[in-house]
Design a protein around this ligand. Structure first.
Ligand code: PAZ
Length: 325
């Protein structure tokens, strides 16, 4: 008899899809190095804080995953995500006393760099008559703040940055992080703000070389990415506090879809946001509440992540006291 899971599909089918995804994915190039970094980071942050508490650790995912179309990849499918949400949230989590594993898309926004211009190297620095390089006066405060806060977070062991590009790298790394964080139980959190591809080309059915245009229109079959959120919740880190994000462009279906995601993937919270207003407001959906969170427009430079992380930290604290798996 087939046992159907929360997604309405037989558990065996989901297990087989996940197995096939991981088995056919190109192996992570630096998995030993990532494993070592994770081990050290978690060991360091598992030490008691001296007041009977242990530091909480959150994995923040950020930016979009790519879907390669060729094994020797020239072309790929990408998405809009800039990584601003993940990078900014990381700053507020560290401020709230968390250690953060920042799993981010290469080249996307970085924590503590919000107030820098788009091309900091070329815009913040200048060449002097004495043939040295100095920070332009106009950017000196922003550069000083970015460098000192970033260095402090890394040096004190509160920030571990792990980059990904493809959907294959992302899911393999997420699995590594999740299984490493399992030992922290309810003190671990997942804040899944990355925009993860829903469809992909399995490695084995992917063209090896650059697809040729001479062969006419391109007909390509994309397969659905297996629903890993449920596996993360049930198997990889069952005690961790899990928050996923739901993005829609049609506000009318947003809350309904967020509610569905909450139930289907057994998330503790789903943060619902609409593409055009995502920097101003979000709605935090839980099993019994819908909390509207807005940035304070009267405060210059306030961002929606400030009140959002406050709400999340408060709920995580309650969960640590009384985990209700
Ligand atoms: O990365 P960003 O700041 O440009 O955008 C953030 C976001 C919209 C990608 C994030 O808030 C989100 O909703 N992530 C999940 C997207 C999804 O539904 O797949």
């Amino acid at each position: 008899m087939d046992i159907t899971n929360e997604l309405g599909v037989p558990q065996e089918t989901l297990d087989a899809e996940i197995k096939s995804f991981f088995e056919s994915a190109p192996p992570l190039k630096n998995s030993d190095d990532i494993g070592e970094k994770l081990k050290k980071f978690i060991e360091r942050n598992s030490l008691s804080l001296g007041n009977g508490e242990t530091r909480r650790v959150v994995c923040v995912t950020s930016g979009g995953t790519t879907v390669p179309l060729e094994q020797r990849c020239v072309r790929y499918i990408d998405n809009f995500s800039s990584g601003h949400r993940g990078a900014t949230s990381t700053e507020y989590f560290i401020k709230a006393g968390y250690a953060v594993i920042f799993l981010y898309r290469r080249g996307s926004y970085q924590p503590y760099c919000r107030s820098l211009p788009e091309d900091p190297l070329l815009e913040c620095f200048e060449y002097t008559d004495e043939s040295s390089i100095r920070v332009r006066e106009s950017h000196s405060e922003a550069v000083k703040k970015a460098i000192s806060e970033h260095h402090a977070a890394v040096a004190e062991g509160f920030l571990l940055k792990l980059p990904f590009t493809t959907i294959f790298e992302y899911l393999q790394m997420l699995q590594m992080v999740a299984t490493s964080l399992r030992s922290l139980g309810a003190h671990a959190m997942f804040y899944l703000a990355a925009a993860v591809s829903d469809f992909y080309v399995p490695w084995k059915s992917m063209a090896e070389h650059k697809i040729q245009s001479a062969s006419g229109p391109l007909d390509m079959r994309l397969v659905q990415v297996p629903k890993m959120l449920l596996v993360l919740r049930k198997d990889w880190a069952p005690m961790a506090f899990c928050i996923s994000f739901k993005l829609e462009t049609d506000i009318k279906i947003l809350l309904e879809k967020a509610d569905m995601a909450l139930k289907k993937y057994k998330m503790h919270m789903v943060v619902a946001n609409e593409l055009l207003t995502r920097k101003d407001e979000v709605v935090v959906v839980t099993s019994n509440e819908k909390i509207s969170v807005r940035r304070d427009k009267t405060q210059v430079g306030d961002v929606v992540e400030n009140p959002l992380i406050r709400v999340i930290v408060e709920r995580h604290s309650a969960y640590v006291e009384k985990p209700d798996i």
